[in-house]
Design a protein around this ligand. Structure first.
Ligand SMILES: [Zn+2]
Length: 82
């Protein structure tokens, strides 16, 4: 989210925190791709690695992800978790 200022939306959305980078990427995908990525994230990370998910996202969304983003989203310790 380089040049788009969403801070006003975040402020109005309190107290819910903004989604993590993975959540932002998911939100920007088409519904079919959202399903695909969500299923991949739920798959054991020995089968679908974080690196594979980052690569998949890179080809669809310009927001750069790092392994930690994917790991914490998978664990549910990111800001998407309720
Ligand atoms: Zn998340």
């Amino acid at each position: 989210m380089s040049d788009v200022d969403l801070s006003e939306f975040y402020r109005h959305s309190q107290p819910k925190k903004p989604p993590c980078k993975v959540g932002i990427v998911i939100g920007a995908l088409k519904p079919a791709e959202q399903k695909q990525l969500t299923a991949a994230l739920e798959t054991d990370n020995n089968i679908i690695t974080s690196a594979a998910i980052i690569k998949w996202c890179e080809s669809r969304n310009p927001l750069p992800l790092i392994s930690n983003n994917v790991v914490s989203h998978r664990k549910g310790t990111c800001t998407c978790a309720k």
